[in-house]
Design a protein around this ligand. Structure first.
Ligand SMILES: [Fe+2]
Length: 285
């Protein structure tokens, strides 16, 4: 029986009705992958996953990344990064409290950026019956397709320079400062602004205001202005999906076809706790 896929009705996003704690044969997995590529963001609701199950399902999409901020990894499962605003008794964050407060595509600062990320919701903040801490996703394939032809032509062959430390510029970021060794491990990297999806061949915009500092061979001011304009274009309502989290959601997104933004509209004692795995992708082309 085919799996049930319910599109969100927005520019991207769908719910897939599969219990990921059960065994998934290759035929069903292929259906999941097809639905994922079609919808870019997919959510499996009401999951009850062990860390091992979360890791095992993620691994079927490729090798998993061990995040650069080691202290936020689960000791038994270093493939799992804690994304949370929870603090320990000493008042220290126990996970990445900055869930990505600028628009970005995960790990774009690497030569091999992420194919996809899988976020499992364990605690979701709420106030007066309203769910907080939603995540916005933008469909960068549709955004590319909607560009004027002249802009598509201008962008052809151009590369944007991605810098990990750019995110440190967000005012009051709770993200730990990178050490000299971590900075040395993440040099600036140039990726095509128009990238071709490695599985579907579709073209998308791969440029984010949060992490791109300029365009190769273009004067700084002009490069920044183009990045800004592309950013504003990508986040038009017509290209967005807003995910309202529920405990038990396992949500995955395609980093080659979307960028995302975490909405930080909550604070302790409202707790948000997510487990993230990140699948390593191929070199963008
Ligand atoms: Fe992210």
């Amino acid at each position: 029986m085919p799996i049930s896929v319910l599109p969100s009705g927005a520019a991207l996003g769908a719910e897939i009705d599969v219990d990921l704690s059960q065994s998934i044969d290759d035929a069903m997995f292929r259906e999941i992958v097809d639905a994922f590529h079609d919808n870019i963001v997919v959510v499996f609701r009401n999951q009850h996953l062990s860390n091992a199950q979360h890791v095992a399902f993620s691994r079927r999409f490729g090798e998993l990344e061990i995040h650069i901020v080691k202290k936020y990894l689960l000791s038994d499962y270093p493939e799992i990064l804690l994304v949370t605003n929870i603090r320990n008794d000493a008042g220290e964050n126990i996970g990445l409290a900055d869930a990505g407060f600028t628009w970005h595509s995960d790990v774009s600062y690497r030569k091999h950026p992420s194919r996809c990320s899988l976020l499992y919701a364990i605690e979701v903040p709420e106030m007066d019956g309203t769910t907080l801490g939603s995540t916005l996703f933008a469909n960068t394939i549709r955004a590319y397709e909607a560009l004027p032809r002249s802009m598509k032509t201008w962008l052809t062959g151009r590369k944007a320079i991605h810098r990990y430390s750019e995110r440190m510029r967000v005012a009051n970021s709770p993200r730990p400062k990178l050490t000299a060794a971590q900075l040395a491990e993440t040099p600036d990297i140039a990726h095509p602004i128009v990238r071709t999806h490695p599985f579907t061949g579709r073209r998308s915009l791969y440029v984010t205001k949060g992490e791109c500092i300029g365009i190769e061979g273009v004067p700084d001011d002009e490069g920044r202005a183009v990045i800004e304009a592309l950013h504003d274009h990508c986040i038009k309502d017509a290209f967005l999906y807003r995910h309202t989290w529920r405990v038990g959601d396992l949500l995955m997104w395609d980093n080659a076809a979307a960028m995302h933004l975490a909405i930080c509209d909550y604070d302790l004692p409202q707790r948000r706790l997510m487990h993230r795995t990140t699948v390593i992708g191929s070199v963008p082309f």
